[in-house]
Design a protein around this ligand. Structure first.
Ligand SMILES: *[C@@H]1O[C@H](CO)[C@@H](O)[C@H](O)[C@H]1NC(C)=O
Length: 307
């Protein structure tokens, strides 16, 4: 194990605190690794999107999932015009085989799905018994916790983003959860893709959950995170975009083992509502305009998990 000299000296007197921010690389998901370390979930979309999630064999046969070298592409079909009474647009949802409790996940993303009606997400949860083991939405447009009862966030926190709600309980919040919007430019959508994307990272402990975002070319991006180091020190990563402390939410009892999930759906409970889609008719748009989804793809360089 290696850590900076100053930290090593401090460790003698305050070891638990000082060492808590040092993690070792546990899982390095890159390229074709995703085909064995994640499962393609051919399930009905729990968020009721105009989507047809396909299995891995179908995704590869249709080139919706493409893994090679340091590249993983996950995309929607952009060829078929759909029968309104038939299934939705073919797309992909993958879930890690492993579950994680306290850990850091780093997402190195080159491109995320864009376009009217698209709803991409990189997040962590346990699908069985949801939301009793918690949910952390990491990317793209909001950093949000969804929990069961009695989990709230303080109004004032050491974070750079803007909170939109401080109530994490899905019942009390109407399932909006407690969200924080990043104020860092280019954190999602076409502007994110135009700059070659960037890095999202989430640290989960029993004391706090933090989420950071850095643009790819941001000179302040931590070297250990950017370079895929074998060990990282999150204490050196600075103020997060979102901080969810345990002051009014016992994180240890609201969160359990979670899977990492990356998906792309359309319309549904969020992207389909008129205020987000900018009118009615999201599903009809998805049915009739396959070419509008040519840029509806994830290009992921790596997902690294540190424990
Ligand atoms: C599959 O997708 C990849 C990535 O976009 C592309 O390079 C490749 O040519 C595609 N393969 C086929 C057979 O279309």
């Amino acid at each position: 194990m290696h850590f900076p000299f100053t930290l090593a000296v401090a460790a003698a007197s305050v070891a638990p605190t000082a060492l808590a921010a040092t993690y070792s690389l546990s899982d390095n998901h890159v390229g074709s690794d995703f085909l064995s370390s994640f499962v393609h979930e051919a399930i009905a979309d729990p968020t009721h999107g105009r989507v047809n999630y396909v299995d891995q064999a179908t995704a590869i046969a249709q080139n919706l999932t493409y893994a090679s070298g340091n590249t993983l592409i996950l995309r929607a079909d952009s060829k078929a015009t759909l029968d309104p009474s038939g299934p939705g647009r073919n797309s992909v949802r993958i879930r890690s085989q492993k579950t994680y409790t306290t850990h850091v996940t780093v997402f190195d993303i080159a491109h995320m799905p864009e376009g009217c009606g698209t709803w991409p997400a990189a997040w962590e949860t346990a699908e069985t018994g949801w939301p009793d083991l918690g949910e952390v939405d990491i990317s793209p447009n909001a950093m949000t916790l969804h929990t069961n009862a009695n989990c709230n966030m303080p109004a004032s926190r050491a974070q750079t983003g803007n909170p939109t709600s401080n109530v994490c309980d899905i019942v009390a919040s109407g399932n909006t959860g407690c969200g924080v919007q990043s104020t860092t430019p280019n954190s999602f959508g076409p502007p994110f893709n135009a700059i070659g994307g960037g890095f999202y990272a989430m640290e989960r402990t029993n004391s706090f959950i933090k989420v950071w975002f850095w643009q790819r070319s941001d000179g302040s991006t931590p070297g250990d995170l950017k370079g895929g180091a074998s060990s990282i020190n999150t204490d050196a990563w600075g103020t997060p975009n979102a901080l969810f402390p345990n002051t009014d939410c016992d994180l240890a009892s609201h969160f359990g083992p979670n899977n990492i999930i990356i998906d792309l759906t359309f319309c549904g409970d969020w992207a389909g509502i008129p205020s987000i889609f900018n009118g009615a008719g999201c599903a009809a748009f998805v049915n009739q305009n396959p070419s509008a989804f040519a840029n509806a793809f994830w290009q992921i360089n790596a997902v690294r998990v540190y424990t």
